[in-house]
Structure formats: C-alpha cells, structure tokens
Write a protein that binds this ligand. Structure first.
Ligand code: HEC
Length: 286
C-alpha cells in the first residue's frame, strides 16, 4: 500500500518554501521590508510609549492635511491605546485647531466650537472638495483605517501565491499595511533621470506609479520627542505607523491576550474531559 505523506509535513514544507522565496519572487518590484513591530506575530502588543510618540508625530505633522475621523479624542485615554491622562486629552481637544460644526443654536445658526472628548479628531478640511482644492487636486485620505486599507502588493508567479499565504499564516503575519506605510514615508527620493515626474508631484519608490501628491512629510528633528528617543525620520515613521496601526485595530492587545487565555482554557478542558472519560469507561470492558 502507498504511504500517505502527512498533511502537517506538507504545510511545514510550504511554509519554509514560502519564507525563503519571498525575496526572490519580488525582483523588479520595490521590496517592502518587514519591520520588527512590537505588535506583530501571535503575541505582539503595542508599546505605550511608542503610541504616544506616534500620536505626537500625527498631531504635529500629519494632522496638517489628514483627519482621523473614526477616532474620538476619548479613545486616546482608553486602555490599550496611547493611554494619555484624561486631563491632558481634554486640554488637547480644547486647543485642537480644527473645530466641530455644531448647532443649530437659538438663532437657528450653525456654529463652530472646540471638540470635546466625545468628538472625532478632524483634519483641517470641511469636506473632500476643500481638501482637493488645497492639495493640488489630490485627496489626503482619512488615516483612521489606512493601516488596514493598505497592504504589501506582491507579484509572484501564480503558483507561488498559495505558498506565500501559508507562510504568512504560519508566521501570524498581518502587518502588511504597516510595512507599506513605513516604506511609503521613508521611500521619497529624487526621481531617476529617465523618469518623467508630473509637476507638483513627488517621487516615491513604493507608491504605485511612483509619483505621489504628498510632499515628503518627515525630516530629521522635525518633532521634539520628550523621552530621549533619537529624532530621526526612521523613528518618526516607525512611531506614527505604530500609532496608525493601533487606530485601525484598537482591540489588538486584548484580542491577542484573550486568544491565548482561550487556548489555555481549551487545553485544560480537554485534559479534564479526557481524564473524566477514562474514569467513566474504566469499569467497562472493551
Ligand atoms: C502637506 C499635506 C500632507 C501632509 C503633511 C501629510 N500628507 Fe499624507 N497625503 C497627502 C496627500 C495629498 C495624499 C494623497 C496622495 C495621492 O493620492 O497622490 C496623501 C496620502 C497619504 C497616504 C496614502 C498613500 C496611499 O497608498 O494611497 C498615507 C498613508 C499618508 N498620506 C500618510 C501620511 C502620514 C503618516 C503623514 C504624517 C507623517 C502624512 N501623510 C502627512 C498630504 C499630506
């Protein structure tokens, strides 16, 4: 009789193959390197201090063009996020440059007021048209979910794809969006001599088509960190991307913790059920 190859062995082979073939298959496309995120893999968690620095980068730089409208100020206080003190966030909301339109008031007029803890984090523009008018026709997307909305694009041969997917499952890899945005923020440079850059656009090696309407937003020393972290583009990019990853997936920490607790619970339950079964059937001959 033929021997069957165990399925697990196939899976393991596929995973090893996928991991080793990742760099080879992307020849000709900009390689997006995987970053060592604190929140990656099966057990990774967000780093509080990094989320706080990341918000600072968003506030001082990105919020000049981008909104975070699916995030409320109160989320910055809640457990699992940057966990700023409530008083500090209240003060921050009060001084936020982008006001909330509220109303109508007693005279039937809409009016502007500073945000409260329960209000969304708005960008500078009232609507998409205003944003486009100010940004040379391009729309700076809302950043609340962008870390989930983007991914690393891969163009391997069709038959490699399933192996790559199995490799990612084996690694618990789901940080494609974060890796892409990091590569985007650090991927600006002068255009190669033979590249025709449209006026008002900037060369970026990972943006599809290589010309983007966003000017390079980060430069060394642009944000003054309070905790002694070196003020480099590399750190700013890592920190703001970690913050955007949290914004797009605020329950990651709890989800991973509960996941492990459930697995532990299932192991204990399985052991107890097995012992119970042995005991119940002990007296019966079979
Ligand atoms: C001066 C305005 C401006 C600033 C400041 C700015 N952006 Fe942008 N950003 C834009 C515009 C405009 C676009 C749309 C680009 C396009 O479609 O060509 C964009 C696009 C993006 C995209 C989407 C790229 C894609 O794949 O579609 C991301 C992510 C992004 N910005 C992140 C950031 C982050 C993070 C910061 C802060 C570090 C930042 N931006 C600062 C104007 C800005």
């Amino acid at each position: 009789m033929k021997k069957r190859v165990p399925v697990t062995l196939l899976f393991a082979l596929a995973a090893v193959f996928a991991i080793t073939s990742v760099s080879a298959e992307e020849a000709g496309h900009p390689t997006i390197e995987r970053q060592p995120w604190s929140f990656s893999g099966f057990t990774g968690q967000f780093d509080r201090a990094q989320l706080q620095r990341g918000f600072q980068v968003y506030k001082e730089i990105c919020s000049n063009c981008h909104a975070l409208k699916h995030l409320d100020f109160r989320n910055l206080v809640q457990p699992g996020g940057p966990e700023f003190p409530e008083a500090a966030v209240k003060a921050l909301a009060k001084s936020w440059p982008n006001q909330i339109t509220d109303g109508p008031n007693d005279q039937g007029k809409m009016f502007e007021r500073p945000p409260l803890l329960s209000d969304p984090i708005l960008g500078p523009y009232k609507n998409d048209q205003e944003a486009r008018a100010a940004q040379n026709g391009a729309l700076p997307p809302d950043l609340s979910l962008v870390a989930r909305a983007r991914d690393v694009e891969r163009n391997p041969s069709w038959w490699i794809h399933p192996f790559l997917m199995l490799g990612d499952i084996a690694n618990g890899y789901q940080e494609g969006g974060a890796d892409y945005i990091y590569a985007l923020l650090t991927g600006f440079s002068d255009a190669p001599a033979d590249f025709k850059l449209v006026e008002g656009k900037f060369y970026n090696k990972v943006f599809p088509g290589h010309q983007i309407s966003m000017p390079p937003p980060l430069s060394d020393g642009a944000v003054a960190y309070q905790d002694g972290t070196p003020q480099t583009v590399d750190n700013y990019a890592h920190d703001v991307v970690a913050f955007l990853s949290w914004a797009a997936d605020p329950s990651l920490d709890t989800r991973k913790q509960i996941g492990w607790q459930v697995i532990l619970y299932l192991i204990v339950t399985t052991a107890l059920l097995y012992l119970g079964k042995k005991r119940i059937w002990a007296s019966i001959k079979h």
